[in-house]
Write a protein that binds this ligand. Structure first.
Ligand SMILES: Cc1cc2nc3c(=O)[nH]c(=O)nc-3n(C[C@H](O)[C@H](O)[C@H](O)COP(=O)(O)OP(=O)(O)OC[C@H]3O[C@@H](n4cnc5c(N)ncnc54)[C@H](O)[C@@H]3O)c2cc1C
Ligand SMILES: *[C@@H]1O[C@H](CO)[C@@H](O)[C@H](O)[C@H]1NC(C)=O
Ligand SMILES: CC(=O)N[C@H]1CO[C@H](CO)[C@@H](O)[C@@H]1O
Length: 425
């Protein structure tokens, strides 16, 4: 039976985590895939990449694509504890608020995960240095024509597929062609972040001090809360500490199409001085010694009403720009890709419409609630107003209020969509 069926062809725009996951999921479903990515070559330990957390289901999906089950374990560190603490910056003391020892995530460096996914793909799937320009849908809505520019030569080429997949991130230009009025919503805060590589000085005062103050590093996701601010940090494989510090401020004016800001030496110096006032000295030392910290402006968007138009579909951050507080973004993207692949496999290219409708009805309710939960969690941790409660103050918060801070409250966290039940048993 299978042989008689026509092979579908998908054009994926964006070769980051969502786009590459999608390539794996669609190849597994018997589809032909082309990925167009505007960056000129595969990223290597690049400056903007940092750490991320992947949950048990996403781990299983990744393992099914990577084909070498052990390889993920070799690239990640466990994150088995989710802990919230309050820091009194004046007295320089820390107190635990909540501790969840059944957390079961893994910590990975963004470019390590990207390179695992990329290297496990057949050659020539990803076309680097191809910037998407525009698309059109054929009259019978059977084909999508995609124009892209080869950046090295300036040539414009056309690729035709049954399906166009927008994996072009939170600022997606494909989404914009359907929703020209959609604006991202500024969260009210930005995030300073960086990765300290301590492989050369494992026994420095900074690292020994840090491990003493935070003894579960290596398996714990630490959240420290101050007054109207919070920070999160954890260890990555190969002697690295990933840290993120959220700071409330008016929306900065961004240049160009990016949510990462260029920072000056003066801004870094001011950030260091502010850290002295808020965090424990053991953590401040890590922040101070991190080379090239950078600043992300944090956005999300109101959940969309649809993520499928004819034979165009959104996945990853294009489908659900989200704040990072639920550690969802990557897990959501991996799951989008897996569900899309299984829907296409189930319905076949002849029933593309039904496949895309099933993808949308499976994913949309879940991602919408997760985006809103993450928004709420971020606002609580930053001491900002949320509709149904007063501002959270970690110094005086009751135990019940603190329970709200935990990652395990994320809606649908242990829900496995039925279409994936074969993968996870
Ligand atoms: C360099 C980089 C580093 C990151 N580091 C981290 C991290 O450390 N921690 C973390 O939690 N998340 C990180 N992220 C974000 C993380 O990958 C996403 O939040 C999430 O995994 C979903 O990704 P995505 O693939 O949907 O979107 P994105 O990761 O935003 O990827 C979108 C991709 O589309 C490409 N693209 C956009 N427009 C065009 C166009 N016109 N033509 C061709 N290609 C286009 C972009 O170059 C990019 O590769 C990073 C993203 C990038 C790009
Ligand atoms: C960390 O630093 C060491 C020494 O400077 C370097 O050899 C190593 O490649 C770095 N690690 C990463 C993962 O960047
Ligand atoms: C177990 C886990 O945390 N994985 C979850 C990732 O997010 C999706 C929802 O989008 C859940 O269904 C998974 O169970």
């Amino acid at each position: 039976m299978k042989e008689e069926k026509r092979k579908g062809k998908a054009v994926v725009v964006g070769g980051s985590i969502a786009g590459l996951s999608c390539a794996h999921a669609l190849i597994a479903a018997g589809w032909e895939v082309v990925v167009l990515e505007k960056t000129s070559s595969p990223p290597t330990g690049c400056a903007t990449g940092a750490g991320l957390g992947i949950d048990p289901l996403a781990q299983k999906l990744l393992q099914s694509w990577l084909k070498q089950p052990k390889i993920l374990d070799l690239t990640t560190l466990p994150l088995t504890i989710d802990q919230n603490q309050v820091t009194d910056g004046g007295k320089k003391i820390n107190r635990m608020l909540t501790r969840d020892e059944d957390f079961n995530f893994k910590a990975v460096y963004w470019s390590d995960l990207h390179s695992l996914l990329y290297k496990a793909l057949p050659p020539e799937i990803v076309r680097w240095g191809h910037a998407f320009l525009s698309f059109s849908i054929s009259d019978g809505k059977t084909f999508a024509r995609v124009k892209s520019k080869i950046l090295q030569t300036g040539d414009v080429i056309e690729v035709v597929g049954d399906l166009l997949i927008a994996a072009d991130g939170c600022l997606s230009s494909i989404r914009q062609s359907f929703l020209p009025d959609l604006k991202l919503r500024y969260s009210g805060y930005c995030a300073w972040r960086g990765v300290l590589n301590f492989s050369d000085n494992e026994n420095s005062e900074t690292i020994l001090g840090l491990k003493k103050a935070f003894p579960d590093l290596g398996k714990c996701l630490y959240f420290d809360l101050g007054s109207k601010t919070h920070t999160v940090f954890y260890e990555l494989l190969n002697k690295r500490i990933n840290w993120i510090w959220y700071v409330n401020q008016p929306e900065p004016q961004l240049k160009g199409n990016s949510v990462t800001m260029k920072v000056s030496d003066v801004m870094i110096e001011n950030m260091h001085e502010a850290a002295d006032r808020v965090w424990l000295p053991e953590l401040v030392n890590v922040i101070r010694e991190t080379k090239e910290p950078f600043l992300n402006v944090i956005y999300d968007s109101e959940p969309l009403d649809q993520i499928v138009w004819d034979n165009v579909v959104l996945i990853g951050d294009a489908a659900h720009p989200t704040t990072p507080h639920g550690l969802r973004s990557t897990n959501m993207s991996i799951l989008d890709a897996a569900v899309l692949g299984k829907c296409l496999e189930k319905w076949g290219v002849e029933n593309l419409n039904s496949a895309l409708q099933e993808y949308q009805s499976t994913r949309l309710p879940v991602i919408s609630q997760q985006v809103l939960f993450s928004r709420r969690l971020g606002r609580i941790k930053q001491g900002l107003v949320v509709p149904d409660r007063g501002p959270f103050d970690p110094i005086i918060a009751s135990q019940e209020e603190c329970e709200e801070l935990q990652q395990k409250n994320m809606p649908f966290l242990s829900d496995v969509p039925s279409i994936l039940s074969n993968v996870v048993k």
